[in-house]
Design a protein around this ligand. Structure first.
Ligand code: 5AD
Ligand code: SF4
Length: 460
């Protein structure tokens, strides 16, 4: 690969929609383009190239990205020479059809073909557009392992694609088959991040606990120093041993992966955070069955119990879908009850959205939109109350905080995140620097933020 190191290279702005995997892809694309001589801009203004990284998970996510693309394309008249491209899940899903949806789009590159972007942009600039590239090969990973550097916290892909095939989900179609990166490649990336000052690593996969189940990731079958044999606990232990890494997160979870070994890993491995995103989707066995989630409400309960027995301070967050085909009032109430039992710190609640090509899209979308809205609202109100109660219970307790930087609102105070993934604002500012892990005594809480006073630095 030739690398263009022109000083006055073209400028590029990347707008990202969707999940953390898309955030990660955008960073990787950014790093790749920088290696090719581009300069990244945080704003659209003045950008020679605008990329919109799209999400397909729900109709609304697609509408947002399409709306944005149309606006950016329309603004091309005021920016002669500017090129606009779509990348990511929607680009992958729609293929050539995206050119009909967004007239005047210069290129569209799917999730499997991101490493072709420098060449695609070159070709478009040379007048060979529009170009659509979705490919059907497996996505490349190692050419997209680059980071922009300089951040305290970074995402690292460990598992690509998804083989679960939940009845409502478009992700397997746009992200392809499950494939786990060899542990050594993951560790190389983590070491390089840590050397550049990164302190918190979030390991990413659509169903991250399936890491290493389909293809081997370790060169040999072995038991780790702490006695782990499962691939993810072994990886967590190895990442924890990388000098400079202070915190480790991994997402998203699935109840089937919440083994007792993983629970022990979360409890025992230094730096593994007390937080897990464990999508529940529904609390009704009938709905879970039709969603093909592969667990019952009792299985979900058992997974939560296994984790909480090992890590009593564990904060759980979740995803819920309301108004799945055939969801009755009784099914909905079962979801409400299970959410209450699980005591989630936060929940992302979505109205079911049929995605063409999924099994559920062939079933009647029979819960009226107004009823989906009502159920959504009921769960939000429940969750706000529950979240506030759980936050309130932290008042008077000390929490570990990874210091990120001065608080945006008040520069005299620090902002950071607790191991349970809550934003914590504290003072005084002396003796502390970004990247430290400190103890903060929580004195008051808001809906999203906790406030407190510094009570000591763990180490730096
Ligand atoms: N409709 C509504 N929500 C969906 N999700 C995934 N597919 C759909 C769909 N078709 C939600 C799930 C998933 C989250 C990322 O998005 O809750 O966990
Ligand atoms: Fe992420 Fe799924 Fe949206 Fe793609 S479709 S960006 S994988 S949430």
């Amino acid at each position: 690969m030739t690398v263009d190191t022109k000083q006055d290279g073209r400028t590029v702005h990347i707008r990202t929609y969707g999940c953390q995997m898309n955030v990660r892809d955008s960073e990787a694309i950014g790093a790749l383009l920088v290696r090719h001589g581009y300069r990244l801009l945080a704003e659209e203004a003045g950008a020679d190239v605008i990329l919109v990284n799209t999400c397909s998970v729900r109709g609304k996510a697609e509408d947002k990205a399409l709306g944005k693309l149309r606006l950016v394309v329309a603004a091309k008249v005021m920016h002669p020479g500017r090129v606009v491209g779509a990348v990511g899940c929607m680009a992958q899903r729609l293929g050539n059809a995206i050119l009909k949806e967004v007239k005047g789009l210069d290129f569209s590159v799917g999730t499997h073909r991101l490493s072709t972007l420098p060449a695609v942009i070159e070709a478009v600039c040379a007048g060979r557009g529009p170009i659509v590239d979705t490919g059907d090969e497996e996505p490349e990973t190692e050419s997209l392992a680059g980071h922009l550097g300089g951040s305290l916290s970074a995402f690292v892909n460990i598992l690509l694609g998804c083989d679960r095939r939940c009845a409502y989900c478009i992700v397997p179609e746009v992200r392809g088959r499950e494939w786990s990166r060899p542990a050594e490649n993951v560790l190389r990336e983590v070491r390089s991040l840590a050397e550049q000052g990164c302190r918190e690593i979030t390991l990413l996969g659509q169903s991250v606990m399936s890491y290493g189940r389909k293809n081997p990731v370790w060169e040999e079958e072995a038991v780790s120093p702490r006695g782990f044999v499962e691939p993810l606990p072994r990886l967590l232990e190895a990442v924890s041993g990388v000098p400079g890494v202070r915190r480790i997160r991994f997402t998203s979870g699935h109840p089937a992966g919440c083994s007792s070994e993983l629970a022990r890993a979360m409890a025992e491995i230094p730096g593994v955070c007390d937080h897990l995103h464990l999508p529940m989707q529904s609390g009704s066995d009938a709905i879970l069955g039709r969603m093909r989630r592969g667990y019952t409400a009792d299985d979900y309960r058992a997974a939560v119990k296994r984790l909480r027995d090992a890590v009593p301070s564990l904060a759980l967050t979740t995803d819920i879908i309301v108004g799945f085909p055939g969801e009755t009032e009784a099914d909905f109430e079962a979801t409400r009850r299970l959410m209450d039992e699980a005591q989630f710190d936060n929940a992302y609640i979505f109205k079911y959205s049929p995605r063409e090509g999924t099994p559920a899209a062939t079933w009647k979308d029979d819960v009226p939109d107004a009823e989906k809205m009502r159920r959504n609202q009921v769960l939000l109100v429940d969750q706000d109350r529950r979240g506030a109660e759980l936050n309130q219970a932290c008042v008077g307790r000390k929490v570990d905080v990874l210091v990120e930087g001065p608080s945006l609102r008040n520069k005299e105070r620090w902002a950071g995140r607790s191991s349970t993934n809550k934003i914590v604002i504290f003072d005084p500012r002396e003796t502390v620097q970004a990247g430290d892990i400190v103890h903060v005594l929580i004195e008051r809480v808001g809906p999203q933020v906790m406030y407190g006073t510094l009570r000591g630095t763990l180490n730096s």
